[in-house]
Design a protein around this ligand. Structure first.
Ligand code: MRU
Length: 353
């Protein structure tokens, strides 16, 4: 079902504008966040989520910090921007795009502040221009990686995806769903199976919503159905996004991704990862070094706002897992298709930066 145009994130003079992903698919509501604290809390509480979208939101948040700073000189502005970057960096630990974007914003501040005649206003303008450039580049990267993945997606493919790595998880178009969109637009006649993705249901609530809005055929399954459908020959390939890709090609992504990759290997189904190069972390040697966020009890202990386990029973809630590079058939970025050995192929992609 097609609907009105929607967007994941944007800038306005009143604040950072985000589609509230916590209440999709029931409600499409936009929040305008006027302070850095509001933006940080929006990231923490999953108003916005998905690695590239978190990075873009943080960049807009830093631009907002400059806009509302009130500092009278560059030293005062710098103090405000450092505080903003530190607060935003504390929101979620796994998605490396967050730290990548904050690093870019710090560089741009330093460059702009060292320009002859630099003022609080000129640095603020440079930061806003950079945040906008990060947002635009993210959409472009998603489109480019979708095009690069086309040779991997045969006619009529039945594609399994996990979590939401779509337009909602990026500035637009999506990574894993960028591959889906590109194949759909190329007339490949693909269909999508979306894991519901317990506990936060990004697959059921978000992937299904955005593909449905774009008239791309999607069917939702619970996470424990994937193995059965693979065994019956109903899945041709898997494509997922990533929150952080280590230098050796190990991939951190939404909890449950590793199980899907193991199942795919058992059934000889290619398992692809789609991500912009801003998700590759050359400073993290392998998956063991990736920090895995542990989230709160309620997302596991409640379902649809109702408790589903006895109140005294503890839960575990690692929000991500690591899929070893050996299970990954290819990593697709805006610079093309990287294959094993990933230490070399990913380094080559980063050199193309
Ligand atoms: O906890 P989330 O919803 O932020 O996790 C998102 C994912 O794991 C996505 O698959 C990943 O960020 C890729 S987004 C293009």
């Amino acid at each position: 079902m097609s609907g009105d145009a929607w967007f994941t994130l944007d800038w306005s003079d009143e604040g950072v504008v985000l589609l509230d992903q916590r209440i999709l698919p029931e409600e499409e509501k936009y929040l305008t966040l006027a302070t850095v604290e509001d933006v940080a809390q929006a990231i923490e509480t999953m108003v916005v989520r998905g690695a590239p979208a978190i990075g873009c939101t943080a960049a807009l948040g830093v631009a907002r910090a400059a806009r509302v700073s009130g500092a009278s000189d560059l030293a005062g502005l710098h103090a405000d921007l450092e505080a903003a970057r530190a607060r935003l960096a504390r929101t979620r630990p796994t998605a490396v795009n967050l730290f990548w974007a904050l690093g870019r914003m710090a560089e741009v501040e330093a460059e702009a502040a060292s320009e002859p005649g630099a003022t609080v206003a000129s640095v603020g303008e440079a930061l806003l221009a950079e945040a906008r450039a990060i947002v635009a580049a993210d959409v472009e990267a998603c489109r480019a990686l979708g095009a690069a993945a086309l040779p991997l997606v045969p006619e009529g493919s039945r594609i399994l995806t996990h979590c939401n790595a779509g337009a909602l998880a990026t500035a637009g178009y999506g990574t894993a769903l960028g591959v889906v969109r590109a194949a759909h637009d190329a007339g490949r006649g693909i269909t999508v199976l979306a894991d519901e993705t317990r506990p936060f249901l990004q697959g059921a609530r978000l992937t299904a919503w955005e593909l449905d809005r774009d008239d791309i055929p999607v069917t939702v399954i619970t996470d424990n159905m994937a193995g059965h459908l693979m065994r019956k020959g109903e899945i041709d390939l898997v494509v997922v996004g990533a929150d952080r890709i280590a230098a050796n090609g190990d991939v951190a992504n939404k909890i449950g991704t590793y199980s899907v990759a193991v199942l795919a290997r058992e059934h000889d189904i290619p398992f692809y990862v789609a991500a912009p190069t801003s998700t590759i972390d050359a400073d993290t040697p392998d998956g063991d070094a990736i920090p895995i966020e542990e989230r709160g009890r309620e997302e596991v202990a409640d379902f649809g706002g109702r408790p589903v386990l006895p109140s005294g029973v503890p839960v575990r809630h690692p929000a991500f897992d690591v899929t070893p590079a050996a299970l990954v058939a290819a990593i697709v970025t805006e610079r093309g298709v990287a294959r094993a050995p990933y230490t070399e192929s990913l380094a080559e992609q980063l050199r193309g930066a």
